[in-house]
Design a protein around this ligand. Structure first.
Ligand SMILES: Cc1ncc(COP(=O)(O)O)c(C=O)c1O
Length: 353
């Protein structure tokens, strides 16, 4: 699970930890921003295709909230469109209507569309002319408890042109998939250019940091929006992020993780088949979501439990994460654990009968 995403280079990565340690020595949370913040912003702007500037926060939710504020300020509009079940953090507007502790007004301005459904997207826009500030979505759909779905051919191109035509800011929430599809932004893999991209999770290999990057058109607005926090300028996580990005770049990380994920999916699907089960892998290979097909959810969760009991920590309701530290030995180990889990599942089915 790679800590649900942050551990992209593996835990305790020596170069990243060394960079953070050195920066702790120089100063971490001090009275001003440290030079490393400028270095990191420069690095991100160089690396990320759609980035002309960068701002930093702590959690992914900081960057998604900031993105929406910038979009509202830039357009003078209040409504936002999100994908049903799209996860962007825990601020009240991001939560399902009626969530404990939230006001009903929190989601009044949130419109929901189905993933990959261009008709509903177009209808939502025409139902609310000149009212929509932004569309926020992950680059592909990675909901909980369901198969993950990639964008259909032409989906992002159409979304992007509809947004442009209607003055809607396009925000990619790359907090989860960021750096695992394409180091220059997941949008590059799908051939479109958003106005804003949110990063978090993997950006500093486990050190607390998130970032919002954006286009020049929104720079002046971004400067106006009030966004800060006591720990936002901590320098050690920024040094860790700089080292992380360097390592990701050097090691052709996205391709490496994709290759490992493809091999893992193939191995697990075959293991399942050999044991009389059908396993479905969805989403991108570097973040596979697994589901046992043709069985009820309880059986699927039971297989997951057996995997964990047999040595590999899996999660039934969420996508998994690949890191560059995964080795062939890990793959063999996961395969063996999965096989033992299928055998245990088969035995418990027989016992039940
Ligand atoms: C796509 C996406 N966006 C935003 C967030 C929120 O990030 P954080 O939990 O760091 O606030 C997450 C966290 O899982 C996420 O997966």
């Amino acid at each position: 699970m790679c800590a649900y995403g942050p551990s992209i280079l593996g835990y305790n990565h020596p170069e990243v930890d060394e960079a953070a340690k050195t920066q702790y020595g120089l100063g971490n949370t001090v009275s001003l921003a440290s030079p490393v913040m400028i270095d990191l912003a420069t690095e991100l702007v160089d690396l990320v295709d759609a980035a002309d500037w960068a701002l930093f926060g702590k959690n992914g939710g900081d960057s998604t909230s900031l993105a929406v504020m910038i979009a509202r300020e830039a357009t003078g509009r209040e409504k936002i469109i999100k994908v049903r079940d799209g996860y962007h953090g825990v601020a009240p507007w991001m939560q399902p209507e009626g969530s404990p502790g939230t006001l009903s007004s929190a989601t009044d301005q949130v419109l929901t569309v189905e993933w990959n459904d261009l008709d509903s997207f177009e209808k939502t826009i025409s139902d609310h002319p000149n009212e929509i500030a932004c569309f926020i979505s992950s680059p592909y759909n990675h909901p909980a408890f369901r198969d993950n779905e990639l964008p259909q051919e032409g989906y992002w191109q159409k979304v992007s042109s509809l947004c442009k035509k209607n003055g809607i800011i396009l925000i990619v929430d790359d907090v989860r998939a960021g750096f695992r599809i394409n180091i220059s932004g997941s949008n590059v893999a799908y051939g479109f250019k958003p106005d804003l991209i949110c990063f978090g999770k993997a950006i500093a290999n486990g050190y607390p940091l998130s970032a919002l990057v954006g286009s020049n058109d929104l720079k002046d607005t971004a400067e106006k929006v009030y966004f800060t926090g006591t720990q936002f300028f901590s320098a050690a996580p920024m040094a860790a992020a700089k080292a992380t990005l360097l390592e990701l770049r050097k090691s052709d990380a996205a391709n490496k993780m994709t290759d490992f994920g493809e091999r893992l999916n193939k191995a697990l699907i075959k293991t399942a088949k050999d044991c009389g089960f059908k396993l479905v892998a969805s989403g991108i290979p570097a973040m596979p979501y697994y589901r046992l097909d043709g069985v009820d959810r309880e059986t699927h969760f039971s297989w997951i439990d057996h995997c964990t009991k047999n040595g590999v920590y899996m999660v039934g309701w969420h996508n998994h994460f690949i890191s560059t530290a995964h080795t062939h030995e890990d793959l063999v180990g996961i395969e063996e654990s999965a096989k033992k889990a299928f055998t245990a599942l088969g035995n418990s089915k027989t016992e039940k009968v």
